[in-house]
Design a protein around this ligand. Structure first.
Ligand code: SAM
Length: 237
């Protein structure tokens, strides 16, 4: 499948999009230290890992990590940045392995890229199987009420730029992204996100035996207010 991220992979880190996952990671480690000081969180699976920046951050902080993403091109970038980390190309709604993880992450509204509710439910089931008892699923959701739908430009340098425009299509939000070099349009692609609420997602996770442990806009002391930052705990079953 060829999608936005196969094109976007070439410029994703250059745009600074992955910086967000670093602030997410920093906040998360503070949270784990403060809220779960006596528990071990040394093994991570990052689903929808993109170019692997969050995995790299975990590795630098002594956490064993593995990344899964559906886009082969994003995974190629991740592998070239972090040859020591295992990255797998796979749709997370179909993903399984024989390991169990202390915590599973999904950053930068990545779960909302799964636009089919049945596939989100399958993904939650997979996360449940892959987590150890009392393990955590830590993710974020875009709060589309706070996100601008105005057209925006992002210059990469003097000759290259991206233009973003969002619009709604029923319960989906479409990101149209155009990439220009010297004002020539080289590619254009759309990616869709599901405008799912925290309550709807929490209900699906409750149905699989998770409880919502934390929901915040100011993620663990970081100034990022346009996304809900969510921590779900797998309950003993
Ligand atoms: C906004 S990017 C986030 C990447 C990374 N988590 C970050 O924080 O930079 C969304 C990612 O989700 C991936 N993705 C979308 N649908 C997926 C699926 N069904 N299975 C695995 N990855 C998926 C895309 O390929 C893309 O890399």
């Amino acid at each position: 499948m060829h999608d936005l991220y196969d094109d976007f992979a070439k410029v994703y880190d250059e745009c600074g999009v992955d910086d967000y996952s670093l602030s997410f990671g920093k906040g998360m480690l503070k949270y784990l230290d403060l809220i779960h000081p006596d528990e071990s969180f040394k093994k991570n699976l990052d689903i929808c890992c993109g170019t692997g920046t969050l995995c790299g951050f975990f590795k630098d902080n002594g956490i064993k990590t593995k990344g899964v993403d559906i886009s082969n091109e994003m995974i190629k970038v991740a592998q070239s940045k972090y040859p020591d980390i295992e990255f797998v190309t796979c749709d997370v709604s179909k993903y399984s392995d024989d390991e169990t993880y202390d915590f599973i992450t999904c950053s930068d509204d990545a779960l909302q890229h799964i636009t089919n509710i049945d596939d989100i439910k399958k993904t939650i089931k997979n996360v449940n199987k892959l987590l150890r008892p009392n393990g955590l699923f830590i993710l974020d959701l875009n709060n589309f009420n706070l996100i601008s739908f105005e057209k925006s430009n992002k210059s990469l340098d003097e000759t290259r730029r991206l233009v973003y425009q969002l619009h709604r299509e029923n319960e989906l939000v479409c990101y149209n992204v155009k990439y220009y070099e010297n004002d020539e349009l080289l590619w254009e692609n759309n990616v869709f996100e599901l405008d799912i609420s925290v309550d709807e997602l929490t209900q699906m996770l409750n149905d699989e035996g998770f409880i919502l442990e934390s929901c915040s806009q100011h993620f663990f002391f970081e100034k990022q207010i346009k996304k809900w930052k969510l921590v779900y705990k797998k309950t003993d079953d």
